[in-house]
Design a protein around this ligand. Sequence first.
Ligand code: B12
Ligand code: SF4
Length: 467
Amino acid sequence: MATVLFLDHFWIENLGIMQLSAVLKRAGHASHVTTGGIGAIARAVERYKPDLLAFSCFMTDYQWHLERAAECKQRFPELPIIFGGYAPTFLTSSFCVDQVDYLCRGEGEEPLLHLVEYLETGRPAMEDLNLLCREDGFRAKPFNIVRDLDRLPWVDRDLFDFGRDNPHPFMILTSRGCVHSCSFCTNTLMREEAGPGTPKVRFRALEDVLAELRELKKTRKVSEIKFVDYTFNQDQARMLELLERYNCEIDLPFKFDIRGNFFTEDQARLLARSKCLLVHFGIESGSERLRNQVLNKNLSDAQILAAAELLHRYKLRFVTFNMWGLPHETLADAERTIELNHRVRPLSPVSTLYLPFAGHPLTRQSIEEGLVDPAELPLVQFEPWRSCTSIVKNPDARRIEMVMYFSHLSVVFPATWPFFRWLARTVRPNWFFRFLYAAITLGFIVRWGPHFAWIVAKYSFLRLLRR
Ligand code: B12
Ligand code: SF4
C-alpha cells in the first residue's frame, strides 16, 4: 500500500483531486490532502509519511505550486513529485524543471494509479506510464482521457476534511466536456489535445449519478448541490429525465450552468417544480460580433433573450457570466454588455476579466495579432490586482476596466447606469475604484455563500501581504 499526499492551493473541495483519491483508495492505497506554506506541508509529510507528493494546478495558480514543489524538493529530496491539472497539460515545458519528477497531461486517474504501482513494484515499465518522466528527459508527451466515466468510483468526499457540515455546496459532475468550441474555453483545448475520435461529451449513467446523490443525502448534511458540468442542459432528453428523477428521489436545493440556446420550456417547467436555487448562464459579451466571431460562442442575442424570458416566466433565479477586456473589445461593446444585461434582468451579473490562458485558441490568435505578448502569459495568476488589469493590448482597456468595476451596480440598479457610463468615459481607473470593485464583488459573493467569500478574501489578502 502506498500513500499519496495531494497539494491544493485553493482549499475548496476539488473534484479532480477527490476523483483521483477515490481511484487510489479503491486500489487499496491511502491519500491525503494539504495546503499552506512549507511549514504546513512539512507537518503533513511528517504525519502521513507519503510515498508521492501530487500537485494539482489551474492555469491561475501554478506558480504557487511550482514554488511549493521547489521547497519540498529541497526539504525532502527523496520524495517523488508529480504534477497534473490544466497548467501542466497546456504549459508542459514550464514543468520540465528540477522540482518535478513526473508530469501528467489530461485526466490523471489511470496514470496516477500506474505511477503508484510503478514506484512500489517497478511495474508497469516507465514507458507505459503515459506520463512525462524526468528520468527519461521528459521525452514523451502523452495525453490521457477517461473514455468510460462509469468505470470510475464516486469521488472521495472524506478527503477534504470539512466533516458532515461542509459549508460549501456539494459538487457533482454528471458529464465531462461540451459540444461547443468557444475560443477562450479550456474545454476546446482539451478536445483538441484528445485528438479526433474522442467524443465531445462523455456522460455518466443517470442511475450511477442518482445513486451517488442518494448516498450523499443519506450520509451528509447537504444544504445545496452544485452540478459542475460544463453545460448541464446540452442533452435535452437526459436533462429532463435527470430532473424528473431528481425531483422525486433527491429533492435537495441545487444550482447549475446552462447554455441559453439549449434552454427549453420543458426544462423551465420542470425546474419551476424543483428546488432550483440558481441558474448560471454565459452572455460573455453584449456584442454579437465579439461573442460569435471572436469568442466563437455561437449564441445570438435572440437566443439569450428567449432563455431569459423563459427563466423569468417560470420565476427561476439566475445570474449571467460576463467577460471584460476581450481582444478587439471597444468601449461601445462593453457598454452593450451592460445594456444586454438590462434586457435580460439577471439577479446579478458575474463579471470577470478575460484571462488569456496559454495555448487556448483565442490566446494563440491574440498572440498572432500582436494583442498579447507571450512573455506576459505567466502573469495570468489568481491575484487581486491582476484580476483588474488585462494583459490584452487594447486602446479602450482602461475605460472597459471602469465599466467592469461598476457592472454589478449598473445592472442591478439600471438607474445608476447613465452616471457610471459617464464615469467610465471620463475618469481613469485607480486604486480607489479597484478597492470599491473588490468590495462590491465580495458583497455579491457573500450572497452566494459566506464561506466562499471568506476564502476569496483570505487568499487575496494573504497574497497582497506577501508582495
Ligand atoms: C468547480 C470549478 C471551480 C471552483 C472550484 C475549483 C476546485 N477547487 O475544484 C471555483 C469556483 C473555485 C473555480 C474557480 C476558478 N475557475 Co473553475 N471550474 C470549476 C469546474 C466547473 C469544475 C472543476 C471540476 O471539478 N472538474 C472535474 C474534475 C474531475 O476534473 P479536473 O479538475 O480537470 O481534474 C482532472 C485533470 O485535470 C487531472 N488532474 C488534476 N489535478 C491533477 C493532479 C495530478 C497529480 C494528476 C496526475 C492529474 C490531475 O486529473 C483529474 C481527474 O481526471 C470547471 C469546469 C468543468 N466542468 O470541469 C471550471 C474550470 C476548471 N475553471 C476555470 C476557471 C477559468 C476558473 C477561474 C480562473 C475563474 C476566474 N476567472 O476566477 C477560477 C480559478 C481559481 C484558482 N484557483 O485559481 C476553467 C479552466 C481553468 C484553467 N484552465 O486553469 C474551467 C475548465 C472552466 C472553463 N470552462 O474553462 N472553478
Ligand atoms: S459553451 Fe461553455 S463549456 Fe462549452 S465550450 Fe463554450 S464556454 Fe466552454
